[in-house]
Ligand binder design. Structure first.
Ligand SMILES: N[C@@H](CCC(=O)N[C@@H](CS)C(=O)NCC(=O)O)C(=O)O
Length: 205
């Protein structure tokens, strides 16, 4: 019995948390939920996450939900993995920026593009376009191995995961060479490869 339990479904954003757990390197367990069968909407899981959404992480007697929050939490809970930047570092500004840019600005734009643009009478939207997101990310990762500082952090995991989603899973992100190059280097990480292998082994169909 370990302290860490990931509630996961394949495919889902739980893959990002699985990757984070692989990067952290602590023992963990996985509970695979069958979303086709609606297990994520049954009382056993609703007691964990009343939203009935995946993923969720149990750490001891605490539960964390929201993919980026879970990953940020793990980086702080296990500082030995060196997946964060110190609180008093000037890099903390960029670190926060990209941790939030992924799930807020980028994901919203990608989802909206994936679902098809909705026409409105107003000439502005409360979120960015995929083109703006792609250009912003191009500037952030161009010529760099890591989006913040000189080592891999949770910001790379969140932004990398978002780029992967937008380039490969639901390809709505422009295939800018800088984004492809950044993701192809990150995708070489052993923890990412173990994540894909684990998902392959655990998938229900
Ligand atoms: N903002 C949440 C989103 C969680 C979410 O919506 N997860 C999807 C799977 S990727 C889900 O559980 N969907 C269940 C459903 O639509 O019934 C996060 O980042 O964790």
């Amino acid at each position: 019995m370990t302290d860490l339990l990931l509630y996961h479904a394949i495919p889902s954003r739980g893959t990002i948390v699985r990757w984070m757990l692989e990067e952290v390197g602590e023992p963990y367990e996985i509970k695979i939920l069958n979303m086709e069968a609606g297990e994520h909407k049954q009382s056993e899981y609703l007691n964990v996450n009343p939203m009935g959404r995946v993923p969720a992480l149990r750490h001891g007697d605490k539960v964390v939900t929201e993919t980026a929050a879970i990953c940020t939490y793990l980086a702080d809970a296990f500082p030995g993995a060196n997946l964060s930047v110190p609180v008093d570092s000037p890099l903390r500004a960029d670190y926060y920026r990209w941790l939030f840019f992924g799930p807020v600005s980028a994901e919203t734009a990608l989802m909206w593009a994936a679902l098809g643009d909705v026409k409105t009478d107003i000439d502005y939207k409360p979120f960015a376009t995929v083109e703006d997101v792609a250009e912003t990310l191009r500037g952030a990762v161009s010529g760099k191995d890591f989006i913040v500082g000189d080592h891999f952090t949770t910001a790379d995991l969140i932004i990398g995961g978002t780029i992967f989603w937008g380039l490969e899973l639901v390809p709505v992100l422009p295939k800018l060479p800088e984004l492809v190059d950044y993701w192809s280097k990150i995708a070489e990480r052993p923890a990412w490869k173990r994540t894909l292998e684990g998902n392959e082994k655990d998938k229900l169909v």
